[in-house]
Write a protein that binds this ligand. Structure first.
Ligand code: NAD
Length: 358
């Protein structure tokens, strides 16, 4: 048989299952990828995005779901990795019935996949999904859920950034540090609030004028043209838009000492670009370590309701986790990405052994 586009890719990335859902009545075209359920049910948000091609959507859902496995593992959660993508325009194509149909697809997986919000998706959208399935995290607080995960994601990003600053400058005080936040949507705008409170000098960039406006109307900041982000001098670059921004073209242009952002899959090629950053003497904090606040928050939804204090203190553990990863990388001459992956892989391997006996 000829090399298959999909199955070879699935076996290389070690995915367990992929579901394609189509519903012409509502216009729903979705893909749900379950990467691993070794640690528990797969958890990962749903992204609503105007992909240029179906191949682009498939690649995105495979990359994102794999990333969720390692994010949960490195964060010590009993969750596996999964992700959903819906192909469409998040500003014009969403409807109650589309979301409810999507909820039915999730329900058909019988708990192997739990969804939540990601780019282009709101808590209101998740309410509709929850009318058809219980396998939804990050529900609004008034419905007993943990609310928008972006709040804790941004906080964890901030905490991780401070630990990175301590390594690079010997102090985790961000006062006066120039931080460039690329993408000021849910997470980026909330990260800016923490940065403003800590006295950092804030630079923001976005492709949507209204998002720039809403941040710049509440705090002092400088707007950077989206095309000029990579060559702009800053102490810290915080990618909070989409993935793949650390690549052959952008890394040689970067004028920062630390990269600490929430966007998933920032390294276009994990191995090549993590090494290129190390050669360029830029300290890169692995995205899946410092953007875990959102799933940590969802993990705090217990049978007794949402435990906000626990979510906050578990998110603060990101500080120590960053320190451990930076030390491990230094000790074994690894990139920070490799060090984080090692910790995650070791936990998955140990859990496989633990589960092998009754
Ligand atoms: P969002 O859609 O609210 O915000 C993304 C922002 O990036 C938008 O304002 C968008 O206009 C902007 N943007 C898109 N392309 C851009 C470009 N080329 N240059 C500058 N800005 C651009 O999404 P979000 O929830 O804030 O998530 C941001 C990133 O963080 C995503 O990669 C997401 O996967 C990741 N993430 C989010 C969470 C969460 O809790 N929301 C958790 C973990 C990871």
């Amino acid at each position: 048989m000829e090399r298959s586009f999909l199955f070879d890719q699935l076996s290389e990335s070690e995915h367990e299952q992929v579901l394609f859902g189509s519903d012409p009545d509502t216009g729903l075209k979705c893909i749900i990828a379950i990467h691993s359920t070794v640690l528990g049910p797969s958890l990962g948000g749903t992204r609503f995005w105007n992909y240029n091609t179906e191949e682009e959507a498939i690649n995105d859902v495979l990359r994102l779901s794999r990333g969720m496995t390692y994010k949960a593992a490195v964060s010590g959660l009993n969750m596996g990795g999964g992700k959903g993508v819906i192909i469409g325009n998040p500003y014009t194509d969403k409807s109650e019935m589309l979301w409810r149909r999507y909820g039915k697809f999730i329900e058909s997986l019988n708990g192997r996949y739990i969804t939540a919000e990601d780019v282009g998706v709101s808590t209101r959208d998740m309410e509709w999904v929850s009318m058809e399935t219980d396998y939804v995290g990050g529900m609004p607080k008034y419905l007993g859920g943990s609310g928008d995960p972006s709040v804790m994601t941004a906080y964890g990003n901030f905490v991780g950034m401070k630990a990175g600053a301590k390594k690079v400058w010997g102090s985790d005080n961000l006062e006066g540090k120039k931080v460039l936040v690329q993408g000021v949507g849910h997470v980026g705008s909330l990260l800016c609030r923490h940065l403003a409170a800590s006295g950092a000098e804030i630079l923001i960039s976005d492709i949507r004028e209204e998002h720039l406006q809403s941040v710049s109307s509440t705090m002092k900041c400088t707007v950077v043209d989206p095309d000029k982000v990579y060559e702009t001098t800053a102490d810290i670059y915080a990618p909070c838009a989409l993935g793949g921004t650390l690549n052959d073209e952008t890394i040689p242009l970067l004028q920062c000492k630390l990269i600490a952002g929430a966007a998933n899959n920032q390294l276009l090629n994990e191995d090549v670009h993590a090494k290129l950053l190390r050669q360029s003497e830029i300290c890169y904090l692995p995205d899946f370590v410092i953007n875990a606040g959102g799933i940590i928050n969802i993990g705090a939804e217990t049978d007794m309701g949402y435990q906000e204090g626990m979510a906050r203190s578990r998110t603060e553990e990101i500080y120590g986790r960053v320190e451990t990863i930076l030390k491990l990388a230094e000790k074994h001459d690894l990139t920070t990405h490799e060090a984080a992956m090692k910790i995650a892989q070791d936990r998955i391997t140990a859990m496989k052994k633990l589960k092998s006996s009754f």
